[in-house]
Ligand binder design. Structure first.
Ligand code: GLU
Length: 437
């Protein structure tokens, strides 16, 4: 795989043994309770409706066959097809994919998209594959999950270590099987074959919209603010780009191979250029001092952005955090222990299911454009993204006020409330389920 993969930064950052599925279930249960709903609601939401496991035999370049394992989890389809990315990572597990699909449901609900949550994963280290092996793996995975996906069923997208190039192979494989072009079967595609303008930038753009709104709540002047960032894949790099445009000084960036620091602020356009064009890791950038991931978490900055994988803000790193805002660009970056520490410290958390919802939002716009076969200009898409992110941010901050709770709990409650309305409308739950007794 080329080093120019936008999500390469996340590849090796390890999780810390916390089970994301257990975490999401306990948060769901708590929120159902706080909302005064019957536990029956939790029982419906706690399990993905479908979990598909597939074997993916790939002929390797040396002639041997390696058989990889892949998953696709579909959480709930009451609002529309399920939707969510596919990650290629050596640490993918069933429970991780389940948790990620539930997060997708909540995320889509918060920004009011007509989707449920889905997520796919393949246990593989893509850095160890050649381009041909990676393409074969991507195509075979799609063939294997073909019975359960499609533009009206479940729509994959990029996630950790997958990018538009991979989406291009996937849509091509699906089209070959079906015998005609079905661009709406996957989002995050290259523009020329039905991708949306603004999709590549969307998650980072959305992250920065939520940071801007959080700064407004905290009365923080962003043109004098500093930030540190973990992960320089698609989401991390785009977040850096848009934060820089707002005048925020980004002093540190870490990735899978190391980290870079400059207390005067890194030259972000130059760094983006270095990483993008020369296919380098951000941590190889020379005009900065080295920094470790642990040191980065403890920096005296205003904004800290984990943009890698799960469980990075934990009982080791959280006590060192000095930032005022923690913007969760990654999915599930904070453990329950980490969360407790953040709360004690009064850090304003922009929870993942709100913070990074910009990606799936523009994926939705991509799918809409594919369905109507008419394509919008980028300005139009960015304007619509802004509206969705503001709607989500306001819904969550209002719920936070109403329930006097953490931002994370408020986000869960907004998402659950939305799903509950649809469950009720479909008769999945009855009036008696809307109260505890
Ligand atoms: N993988 C991204 C996420 O976790 C995007 C999903 C999508 O665009 O469907 O939100």
């Amino acid at each position: 795989m080329t080093k120019n993969n936008h999500d390469k930064a996340e590849a090796d950052i390890t999780t810390q043994g916390q089970n994301p599925y257990e975490i999401v279930k306990s948060l769901l249960k708590e929120s159902v309770h706080t909302l005064g709903l019957n536990e029956n609601v939790y029982h419906v939401l706690k399990k993905p409706m479908r979990m598909f496991e597939v074997s993916i035999p790939v002929r390797m370049d040396d002639g041997s066959i390696e058989n990889f394992t892949g998953y696709r989890s579909q959480h709930i389809d009451i609002l529309g097809p399920t939707k969510g990315g596919i990650r290629f990572h050596p640490k993918v597990t069933v429970d991780e994919v389940k948790a990620l699909s539930i997060w997708m449901s909540l995320k889509a609900a918060i920004v009011d998209l007509p989707f449920g949550g889905g997520k796919g994963g393949v246990i593989v280290d893509p850095e160890k594959l050649s381009e041909r092996e990676l393409e074969t793996l991507s195509r075979t995975y799609i063939r294997k999950i073909t019975p359960i996906i499609g533009p009206q069923k479940d729509i994959p997208a990029p996630d950790v270590n997958t990018n538009p190039e991979v989406m291009g192979w996937m849509v091509d494989e699906f089209d070959q099987l079906r015998g005609y072009n079905i661009p709406g079967m996957v989002t995050g595609k290259p523009i020329i074959i039905g991708g949306s303008l603004g999709r590549l930038e969307a998650t980072g753009r959305g992250v920065v919209i939520t940071i801007r709104e959080a700064a407004r709540v905290l009365d923080l002047d962003l043109s004098n603010a500093t930030a540190a960032l973990q992960g320089f894949g698609n989401v991390g790099s785009m977040t850096a780009k848009f934060l820089h445009e707002l005048g925020v000084k980004i002093v540190a960036v870490t990735d899978a191979k190391g980290g870079i620091y400059n207390k005067e602020g890194l030259d972000i356009p130059d760094l983006l250029d270095f990483v993008g064009d020369k296919e380098n890791y951000a941590s190889d950038y020379k005009n900065a001092d080295p920094i470790t991931n642990e040191e980065m978490f403890g920096l005296d900055v205003d904004i800290l952005i984990p943009a890698a994988i799960e469980n990075q803000v934990n009982k080791q790193t959280a006590p060192t955090i000095k930032a005022k805002i923690l913007a969760e660009a990654a999915n599930g970056p904070t453990t329950p222990e980490g969360d407790k520490i953040l709360e004690e410290k009064g850090i304003f958390v922009i929870p993942d299911i709100l913070c990074n919802a910009g990606g799936v939002t523009v994926s939705y716009f991509e799918w809409v454009q594919n369905n109507m076969n008419y394509y919008w200009k980028e300005d139009e898409i960015n304007k619509k993204l802004e509206e969705k992110m503001l709607f989500g941010f306001e819904s969550v901050t209002e719920m936070r006020k109403e329930k006097d709770c953490r931002m994370r709990d408020a986000a869960y409650m907004v998402g659950i409330n939305h799903l509950v309305k649809a469950m009720h409308a479909r008769g999945w739950i009855k009036d008696s389920d809307l109260s505890q007794s």
